[in-house]
Design a protein around this ligand. Structure first.
Ligand code: PEP
Ligand code: MG
Length: 580
């Protein structure tokens, strides 16, 4: 009998593939005593695990695709060297002999000692080595706990064509899945606007998150169907159901072909209002897509990807090369580069972990807060952006502004960067517009003040919704509270649009709401004229724009403003959207 599980669909897509259970949890290590006569056997067991770990890494190295970033090979070399270092090849063995304990415990002891040393280092790059220690130690621990298993980490198993089943998926895992050609993924945790979900949409990977007890019902290697539009995972499908799914796949392909025909249309409403459709870009590949769907430029380039794809914090030069490539590939279209928004669910080895573990990371040292606190992150990034500015039309956007003082501080650092570049005769564009994201309720409430100091505003609804409604965007348990059409959210959006109009400062929206077909007409009616979205959503949004009349929609907005509940607004949306 078919098993149907439901969760939160984060992308559109219908795929069939064999399940691959993705393990990200490490075995728990306990200490036990080894009788004297077996100590050398225990040492041999440890040495065998080490040598298997080396063999695995050599195999992985031989199979790195040519298209993979060069850092991956360097990363594996580092791990190989660590396995050979006496810190791992000799010290745990001494510990086993001295304390007559199991190899896992000796390795854990040594790992803790190494990590303490790395954590005490001031240099953020050296601090990243702590995570390398963990990766290598975890590999050996896996082999010790299960010597028969391949012991391969997730990055080394071919996932091509597979539907990955996981407890949780990080943004970095999502990138790995793309490079491995997965058919889709399903996870027990996660929210619709987590960065993992956003990345999955941007990379076009069908995904369903928040499926409770998923791993109880799906078995490794069984055939599953994933309907990410409806948030469904089906296992044990009979032939008739599989054929039905295949026919729906064909229909979806035909619909996409019809949408493709809209690529060269201008996004002008029925009553002649020009709407700018921009792209949110995560990777360089997104730029090809942006050109393919005829976007007007890049409304949000998330620079975190440059940090997350590499091994720790990239140098100014690496960043410069990355930003320059983006700007050049945009072919003269405007590129809005958002400064670093690390923190919360976007972590990079060695960044921001100096203090106590945050209880509420989304409310913690994130985005502009982190950059202002750690100029060693912000300054080189700004230099890299300014250096890249001579290759096209660049704009800088600051994330998570809450207080106008933060903006002043950032502007001062930008001034320092420009001064230093000028003194060093490094060419840059002196007139780069500086904009800010409105994604914290305080910023929306104070949008007038921000509009006064900025060249443009961009509403980040992904965060604005979570902060306004106190509903963590990552937490599937409060996903039902995460509502773009909540009257409080709409009031803040409205205030921001009005503030922009008053100050004659353009206002865009770059949160996922801007690319959600359901809200396009509502936002047009509210006065939004710049929509930035995952380029995969662009054609559908254009279809709605060219079939809408702004004057008719504006006339309906008094009902939106009067609504006291999300349900009332949703009903109104059903009516507004009846023909799309
Ligand atoms: C947002 O918060 O809406 C946004 C675009 O930023 P991010 O999703 O990267 O937090
Ligand atoms: Mg945000």
């Amino acid at each position: 009998m078919t098993t149907a599980l439901t969760g939160i669909g984060v992308t559109r897509g219908l795929v069939i593939g064999r399940a691959h259970i993705f393990h990200s949890i490490q075995p728990e290590v306990v200490e036990y005593a080894i009788p004297q006569q077996y100590i050398e056997d225990e040492v041999a067991r440890y040495e065998l695990a080490l040598s298997k770990a080396k063999t695995q890494l050599d195999t992985v190295k031989d199979h790195i695709p040519v298209s993979a970033p060069s850092e991956i090979s360097a990363f594996i070399d580092t791990h190989l060297l660590m396995l050979e270092d006496s810190a791992l090849s000799r010290v745990p063995i001494d510990y086993i002999r001295e304390h007559q304990c199991n190899a896992e415990w000796a390795l854990k002891y040594q790992r803790d000692a190494l990590v303490t040393v790395f954590e005490e280092m001031d240099d953020s790059y050296l601090r990243t080595r702590r995570d390398d220690v963990d990766h290598v130690v975890n590999r050996v621990q896996r082999l010790l706990s299960d010597p028969e298993a391949q012991g391969l980490s997730n990055s080394e198993i071919s996932l091509a064509g597979r539907v990955v089943i996981a407890e949780d998926v990080t943004p970095a895992d999502t990138i790995l899945f793309k490079s491995q050609g997965v058919a889709g993924f399903v996870s027990e945790h996660g929210g619709v606007n987590s960065h993992t979900a956003i990345l999955a949409r941007s990379l076009g990977i069908p995904a369903v998150v928040g499926v409770h007890r998923l791993r109880r019902y799906i078995y490794h290697n069984e055939t599953v169907a994933l309907d990410s539009e409806h948030g469904m995972v089906l296992a044990d499908c009979d032939e008739a159901l599989l054929r039905h799914i295949e026919s729906r796949q064909q229909i979806a392909l035909r619909q996409q072909a019809r949408l493709n025909a809209l690529k060269d249309y201008s996004a002008v409403t029925l009553d002649g209002v020009n709407i700018e459709l921009l792209a949110n870009v995560e990777t360089e590949e997104d730029i090809d897509l942006m050109h393919a769907v005829g976007s007007d430029g890049i409304g949000l380039y998330r620079t975190e990807m440059v940090f997350m794809l590499g091994n720790g914090v990239p140098t100014e030069e690496t960043q410069y090369q990355a930003y320059r490539r983006i700007v050049e590939r945009a072919n003269g279209k405007p590129v809005t580069i958002r400064t670093l928004d690390l923190g919360a669910d976007k972590q990079v080895d060695g960044v921001g972990r100096g203090g106590a573990i945050a209880t509420n990371p989304a409310l913690g040292l994130r985005a502009i807060r982190l950059c202002l606190q750690d100029p060693s992150l912000f300054y080189p990034q700004l230099r890299a952006i300014f250096r890249a500015s001579v290759y096209g039309k660049l704009r800088i956007m600051l994330p998570m502004l809450t207080n106008v003082e933060e903006l002043h501080q950032a502007v001062q650092i930008i001034g320092d960067v420009k001064r230093d570049l000028r003194q060093a005769n490094v060419p840059f564009d002196d007139d780069i517009p500086i904009g800010g994201m409105i994604e914290v309720p305080a910023a929306a409430l104070n949008a007038d003040a921000f509009a006064h100091h900025l060249d443009f505003l961009s509403i980040g609804t992904n965060d604005l919704i979570q902060y306004t409604l106190a509903a963590d965007r990552l937490d599937e348990d409060v996903n039902h509270l995460y509502k773009p059409a909540h009257p409080a959210v709409l009031k803040l959006i409205d205030m921001t649009i009005r503030a922009g109009l008053k100050a004659k400062v353009p206002v865009a929206m770059c949160g996922e709401m801007a690319g959600d077909a359901r809200y396009v007409r509502l936002l047009l009616g509210m006065g939004l004229r710049e929509f930035s979205m995952n380029p995969r959503a662009c054609l559908d949004v254009r279809r709605i724009v060219v079939n809408s009349s702004v004057s008719e929609l504006s006339a309906l907005m008094h009902s939106v403003h009067r609504a006291g509940t999300s349900n009332e607004i949703e009903e109104l949306l059903d009516r507004i959207n009846h023909d799309i």
